[in-house]
Write a protein that binds this ligand. Structure first.
Ligand code: ADP
Ligand code: MG
Length: 632
C-alpha cells in the first residue's frame, strides 16, 4: 500500500488530553489493556488453528513479549496472535477502538468516584495515549498473502498508515513515551505492573530490557564447564498460565493449595482450610477462598479477595461484587461473565452479581457446616481463628446467619466448645435463658473461679466483635440474654441464709459508704458458698453496655459520666474478715484497724473487677505497707 493519511472519523474535541488527565491515578492500566489485546489476539489465533483455518509452522509457540528500552524511551508489546490486515486496522483501530474510547469517556467523564467502573475496564487500545506522545502499530495478518501494515498516530485525531517491514505474524505496538511517563521504561516497575495484572495470564508472557547490556560470557556460572557448548537456560515466563483455580478440585493436592496460597498472598502461615469454587452453569465462576490463620490472638482478620476476569487481574476487594464479610478471607475469584465495563453502582444492583455473591455465601456456609458435622474436632480447633469471620458474616448477612446459626459455638469455661442450645440446656436449671460470659479472662479470673467452684458455666466472648454479636443473638433468639460474669451473683453461689442480723447489714452498709466516701455506693450482704473471698463488685449488664456504647460512639468525648455506674459491692458474710469487721463494730480501740481492713476489702474487690486508677493504686500500695508494718 502507498501512504495513507486520515482523520479518525469523529467530530469531537481531542479525547486524549481527557484520557490522560482523567485516568492519571491509574496510569498503569494502559499496559493491562495492551497485553489483554495481545492475549485476545493469540486466543483468536489458537481458535483459528484449532478449526483448521490456519497452517502454522511446526515450532510455533505462542507468546507475548514486553520490551522496555530506556535509551529509546519506548515500550513495545509484541504478540504472535492473528495480526491485522490494513482493512482490519481501519475497522478495528480507527473505528472500533476509537469509538469505544469515545463512548467510554462520554459515559464516565462526569461521574463521581462512585460512578467509576472497576479499574476502568474497557478503555482499550487508546489507553496507550495515556503515557505516549506517539503510538505505532506494526502488524501482519495470518491470512495468506497479507501485507504488513504500519499505523502511526501522535495522539491527535490524525493517523498515518503505510507499509510495514514486519515479517512475522502478529502485532507489535510501540509506545514512544511522554516525558511524564518515563517510570514505565524501568524494568523493575514494568515487572511489578505485569506481575500485578498478568501473574495468571493464559499465554506465556516475557519481559525484556533492551537497554541492558547483553550478559557477557564470563559471567556464566562455573558449573557450565562441561566441554559441550553451554546452552543458555531458556528464559522463564513471568506468569503461571494454568492457575490452580482452573483445575478440577479433584486433581488438586493439599500441597498445591498451600503453595498457591503462599505464592499469591505472601503469607507464610498455612491457611486453615479452603473452598474451591468451580462452576460453569448457570454462570461461570472459578476461584479459591482461604481461611487464614490469625497470627496472634488479638489480631483482627484482614483479608484480600483478588478479582480476575479471564485470568487478568481486575482489582482487590471489590465490595460491589463480593459480600463484604468475605473480604476477611483471602482468595482469588475469576468471573468472566461479570459486566466490568459498567459502573460500580450498576454492579451493586445487578441481579447477576447478587446471584454470584449468594452462591459464594452458600458455599462458605456449606463448607463450615461440613467441617462441623464431619470433623468436629478440627472445627473446634479452627474456631478461635474463624469466629470473628463467622460472627461478622452473621451481622452483615442475614442469609449467612440463617445458614450457620446452628453451628456457631462458644468456648466454655468448663473446657471445650458448646452451641448456644447446648449451653442453655446444660444450665437451664440454674439460670434459664441466661448466658454468662467472660470478656477478659485475666481481669475476670476471680469470678471465673467462683463459677468453677459452684459448677457453673460461662462462655468466653472476648473478641472486638462480640458486643455486636451478642446483641444480634439476643435479637434473633427470643428470651436469651447475655450477662457478663461480673454482672450478677447467681442463687446457686449463695447459701440459703445470710446468717447475720439486720442491724449488722446496715452497720456494714454505713461503714463501707464511709470508707469509700460515696453516699450512693450500693452495698449488699450475701453469704457465699465460697468463704475465701471477702467481697466482689458487680456492675449491671445494662449499665456496662451503656458505658461501652458511649465510649465507642462518643466521638472521643467521654460521656460515661452521663450514665451512672451501677456498681454494687457484695460483702460475703461467710468470710472470716467480714465476720471480724462485724465483731469489732463496738471496739473503739480497733477503729483504725477496721478502717484499714474495710478500705482494703473494697480495693481488692475492685481490683478483680477492673484496673485501679493510678491514685487508688498508690493508696493501695501505701496501705499494704502500713498493714505489713503491723506484723513486725
Ligand atoms: P476491545 O479489545 O475491547 O475490542 P480495544 O480498543 O482494546 O477494544 O481494541 C479494539 C480492536 O482492535 C480489538 O477488538 C481488536 O480487533 C483490535 N486489536 C487491538 N489490539 C490487537 C492486537 N494486538 N492484535 C490484533 N488485533 C488487535
Ligand atoms: Mg481490548
Amino acid at each position: 500500500m502507498g501512504q495513507e493519511r486520515g482523520s479518525i472519523s469523529i467530530n469531537t474535541e481531542n479525547i486524549f488530553p481527557i484520557i490522560k488527565k482523567w485516568l492519571y491515578s491509574e496510569k498503569d492500566i494502559f499496559i493491562r489493556e495492551l497485553v489483554s489485546n495481545a492475549s485476545d489476539a493469540v486466543n483468536k489465533m489458537k481458535k483459528l488453528e484449532a478449526m483448521g483455518e490456519a497452517q502454522l509452522p511446526e515450532d510455533n509457540k505462542y507468546e507475548i513479549k514486553v520490551i522496555v528500552n530506556k535509551n529509546e524511551k519506548t515500550i513495545k508489546v509484541l504478540d504472535n496472535g492473528l495480526g491485522m490486515t490494513d482493512e482490519e486496522v481501519k475497522k478495528y483501530i480507527n473505528q472500533i477502538a476509537f469509538s469505544g474510547a469515545v463512548d467510554f469517556i462520554e459515559k464516565y467523564k462526569d461521574k463521581s468516584d462512585d460512578g467509576q467502573i472497576i479499574g476502568h475496564f474497557g478503555l482499550g487500545f487508546y489507553s496507550a495515549f495515556m503515557v505516549s506522545e506517539r503510538v505505532q502499530i506494526d502488524t501482519l495478518s495470518y491470512q495468506n498473502g497479507a501485507k504488513a501494515v504500519k499505523w502511526v498516530s501522535d495522539g491527535g485525531t490524525e493517523f498515518e498508515m503505510s507499509d510495514s517491514d514486519k515479517t512475522d505474524r502478529g502485532t507489535l505496538i510501540t509506545l514512544y513515551l511522554s516525558d511524564d511517563s518515563l517510570e514505565f521504561v524501568d524494568e523493575y516497575k514494568m515487572r511489578q505492573t505485569l506481575e500485578k495484572y498478568f501473574a495468571f495470564l493464559p499465554i506465556e508472557l516475557y519481559l525484556e530490557d533492551a537497554a541492558k547490556e547483553p550478559e557477557k560470557a564470563e559471567e556464566k556460572p562455573a558449573e557450565d564447564k562441561s566441554g559441550e557448548e553451554a546452552v543458555p537456560a531458556a528464559p522463564k515466563p513471568l506468569n503461571d498460565t494454568a492457575p490452580l483455580w482452573l483445575k478440577n478440585p479433584r486433581d488438586c493436592t493439599e500441597e498445591e493449595y498451600k503453595q498457591f496460597y503462599t505464592k499469591v498472598f505472601h503469607d507464610f502461615n498455612e491457611p486453615l482450610f479452603w473452598i474451591h469454587l468451580n462452576m460453569d452453569y448457570p454462570f461461570n465462576l472459578k476461584g479459591i477462598l482461604y481461611f487464614p490463620k490469625l497470627k496472634h490472638e488479638f489480631e483482627t482478620m484482614e483479608g484480600q479477595i483478588k478479582l480476575y476476569y479471564n485470568q487478568v487481574f481486575v482489582a482487590d476487594n471489590i465490595k460491589e461484587v463480593i459480600p463484604e464479610f468475605l473480604m476477611l478471607l483471602k482468595g482469588v475469584l475469576d468471573c468472566p461473565d461479570l459486566p466490568l465495563n459498567v459502573s460500580r453502582s450498576f454492579l451493586q444492583n445487578d441481579g447477576y452479581v447478587n446471584k454470584i455473591s449468594s452462591h459464594i455465601t452458600k458455599k462458605v456456609a456449606d463448607k463450615l457446616t461440613s467441617i462441623f458435622e464431619n470433623e468436629r474436632e478440627n472445627y473446634d480447633k479452627y474456631w478461635d481463628d474463624i469466629n470473628p469471620f463467622v460472627k461478622y458474616g452473621c451481622i452483615r448477612e442475614e442469609k449467612f446467619y440463617d445458614r450457620v446459626k446452628d453451628i456457631i459455638i462458644y468456648k466454655s469455661t468448663k473446657g471445650g466448645y458448646v452451641t448456644l442450645n447446648q449451653y442453655l440446656e446444660n444450665n437451664k436449671e440454674k439460670h434459664e435463658n441466661k448466658v454468662f460470659y467472660v470478656s477478659d479472662e485475666n481481669q475476670q479470673a476471680q469470678y471465673v473461679k467462683l463459677f468453677n467452684e459452684n459448677d457453673m458455666e460461662a462462655v468466653i466472648l472476648s473478641t472486638m466483635i462480640d458486643n455486636h454479636f451478642m446483641s444480634l443473638i439476643e435479637s434473633k433468639v427470643s428470651g436469651v440474654h447475655f450477662n457478663r460474669i461480673d454482672a450478677d451473683i447467681s442463687d446457686s453461689m449463695k447459701q440459703e441464709n445470710t446468717g447475720i442480723a439486720e442491724e449488722d447489714v446496715s452497720y456494714l452498709e454505713t461503714l463501707f459508704k464511709e470508707t469509700v466516701n460515696d453516699e450512693k455506693l450500693k452495698v449488699q450482704v450475701e453469704s457465699l458458698k465460697n468463704d475465701t473471698i471477702p467481697a466482689v463488685v458487680l456492675l449491671s449488664e445494662q449499665s456496662r453496655r451503656m458505658q461501652e456504647m458511649s465510649r465507642m460512639y462518643g466521638g472521643g468525648m467521654d460521656m460515661s459520666s452521663m450514665f451512672p455506674k451501677e456498681q454494687t459491692l457484695v460483702l460475703n458474710s461467710s468470710n472470716k474478715l467480714v465476720k471480724a469487721v462485724i465483731d469489732l463494730k463496738a471496739n473503739e480501740a480497733k477503729k483504725e484497724d477496721v478502717k484499714l481492713i474495710s478500705e482494703h476489702i473494697y480495693d481488692l474487690a475492685m481490683m478483680s473487677h477492673q484496673q485501679l486508677e493510678p491514685e487508688a493504686m498508690s493508696r493501695f500500695i501505701a496501705r499494704s505497707n502500713e498493714i505489713l508494718m503491723k506484723l513486725v
